[in-house]
Design a protein around this ligand. Sequence first.
Ligand SMILES: Nc1ncnc2c1ncn2[C@@H]1O[C@H](COP(=O)(O)OP(=O)(O)OP(=O)(O)O)[C@@H](O)[C@H]1O
Length: 294
Amino acid sequence: MDFWGDEQFAFFESILFLALGQTVDVLETQFLSGGDINMAARVFSSEGVFFVKWNQTPESNTMFEVEARGLNLLRKTDALFIPQVIGYGQQLDKAYLILEFIESGQLRKNYWESLGQSLALLHSHTQPKFGLAFDNYIGSLPQSNTPTANGFDFFFDQRLLPQAGMALYKGLLPKEVYDALHRLRERLPDLLPSERPALLHGDLWSGNVLVTEDGQPALIDPAVYYGFREADLAFTKLFGGFDQRFYDAYDEAFPLEDGFDDRVPIYNLYPLLVHTNLFGSGYVSGVERILKQF
Ligand SMILES: Nc1ncnc2c1ncn2[C@@H]1O[C@H](COP(=O)(O)OP(=O)(O)OP(=O)(O)O)[C@@H](O)[C@H]1O
């Protein structure tokens, strides 16, 4: 039987029963496109509308669990709208994650200002060490978060190096580029400001910022950790950038050191290496260009 036949209703009803602890009738489902990694649907039920994503790969159980923990961590700050985690687990050979469904609306006035202020508020949550109590994923790739006192060591050893090593191993990154990256290591303290470990979304591109029904920003799909807050802001600039009002409001709420724009490419070595590993060597020239520049 095709999963998108009767079987899907049984699956959704069983996972909603597990999550809510009561019998749930699924009334209608809509397949959602947009995700590269998982299957996703909007599920209309007797208990409301839910967002469900699922996968059959062996690692997806852990992926959904750490995504849920990341969402809960962000949500606890009350800094901005984060969908509520309804449940996650494994059922009928599929791993799943159920979230509050975010109905989308029109950007309200001051949307960008509100996103800037809220992100600044999120970043005001700090802890003594860089990293996190658990490892997680960036896209489908493992992201290591071993707590580390030195932010430059953390950024190099747990962000740049594992991705560069993977890209080298896959034959995507030339050895000269890998070596050039190593030479950047000791220069990082001169190139980046030394700041406290701030709670980051970690994968802040436009696809992970939604608009709620009442026009407010909401964040999904985090790769949370405590890191340099400029890394989150730099991420937003990887493919064009957000509205200038977002950056202005952020800077007003939580001022950045001068010269942030010049530092953006250094932080973005990480997402570029991640993209190389996920989507291929098309992103290597970007990495090379940045390393030449510094
Ligand atoms: N809570 C939610 N409510 C409504 N829509 C959502 C919600 N979470 C995600 N979406 C939308 O569902 C689609 C797929 O979700 P998502 O991006 O989480 O999938 P993914 O496969 O895990 O991620 P990736 O983008 O990393 O491939 C996207 O279009 C996203 O905007």
